[in-house]
Design a protein around this ligand. Structure first.
Ligand SMILES: Nc1ncnc2c1ncn2[C@@H]1O[C@H](COP(=O)(O)OP(=O)(O)OP(=O)(O)O)[C@@H](O)[C@H]1O
Ligand SMILES: [Mg+2]
Length: 254
């Protein structure tokens, strides 16, 4: 067992009645890696993040984060991870600053450090001038940025981001991507889901391609392109997920 493995998933399964949302998946994420989960709508990406962050119990299989079991040690995991959900978990009726302070309290950041930490994040995320504005009055991009900032308030070792740049304009998305690549430089392990293949190609060391709850491929963007003989990750993705007729011919030829 590699001691630098931060996320370890084996045979992980989630069933909702008849629906097999996640179907016996296996993967590992190493310390400091930025790992992307790609897949069409309904593939099971959010369900996987929810199981890894204690929001949903696996039906079967095993998962650990930072060497701790998601079923029995979730409270200890939560202290050391940051989560940016699909829909923001911040409060519309609180200011940007108060949202960060609230999250800092929740995560047990010592009271003497809360304001300074919040100020620092507001500066990094270029929201300092608006620190006293209510979250509810923020634009979509500003909301997303503050949600990511809030997930970092307790200096997590792993950050989970569910579609971080969805709905953002080109400039806002780019700036958020830069912030995410800075996290990688700081040695933070990042697990993200995205529909933007170019984004995954830019940010991720490795990606898993998921469809109908199953992992179809896990590799670096470069090798996925090489293996499928495609120039872009988008074309490789289309081929691997079978969203391209050509894949049928390949499978038959095997
Ligand atoms: N709470 C739930 N109850 C019943 N079914 C659910 C629930 N959550 C997810 N599902 C089902 O599980 C499957 C996977 O959903 P999930 O949200 O994980 O997909 P996703 O890959 O995140 O998709 P998207 O790209 O649209 O966000 C879907 O068929 C969905 O309907
Ligand atoms: Mg989702």
């Amino acid at each position: 067992m590699n001691k630098d493995t931060v996320i370890r998933v084996s045979d992980l399964t989630k069933r909702y009645g008849e629906i097999l949302a996640v179907n016996r998946i296996d993967f590992e994420v190493e310390k400091g890696e930025t790992f992307g989960f790609l897949g069409p709508n309904g593939a099971g990406k959010t369900t996987t993040i929810r199981m890894l962050t204690g929001l949903s119990k696996p039906t079967d299989g095993k998962a650990s984060v930072l060497g701790l079991d998601v079923n029995s040690e979730i409270a200890r995991i939560k202290k050391r991870i940051g989560v940016v959900p699909e829909i923001s978990n911040l409060y519309d009726e609180l200011s940007a600053m108060d949202n960060l302070i609230f999250m800092a309290q929740l995560y047990g950041v010592p009271s003497s450090e809360r304001v300074q930490k919040a100020e620092e994040l507001l500066r990094t995320f270029r929201l300092h001038e608006r620190k006293d504005s209510l979250f509810g009055t923020f634009s979509r991009g500003m909301k997303r940025a503050l949600t990511v900032a809030a997930a970092l308030i307790h200096d997590p070792e792993v950050l989970f981001l569910d579609e971080p740049t969805v709905g953002l304009d080109v400039v806002a998305a780019r700036s958020l991507r830069n912030l995410i690549s800075n996290l990688r430089r700081q040695g933070i392990t990042v697990f993200l889901t995205t529909h933007y293949l170019e984004e995954a190609d830019l940010l991720c060391d490795r990606v898993a391609i998921l469809a109908k709850g199953r992992i179809l491929a896990i590799d670096t963007p470069l090798s996925l392109k090489a293996k499928t003989d495609k120039k872009s990750l988008e074309e490789a993705f289309m081929k691997l997920t079978g969203l391209e007729p050509e894949v049928l011919a390949i499978e038959k030829g095997k």
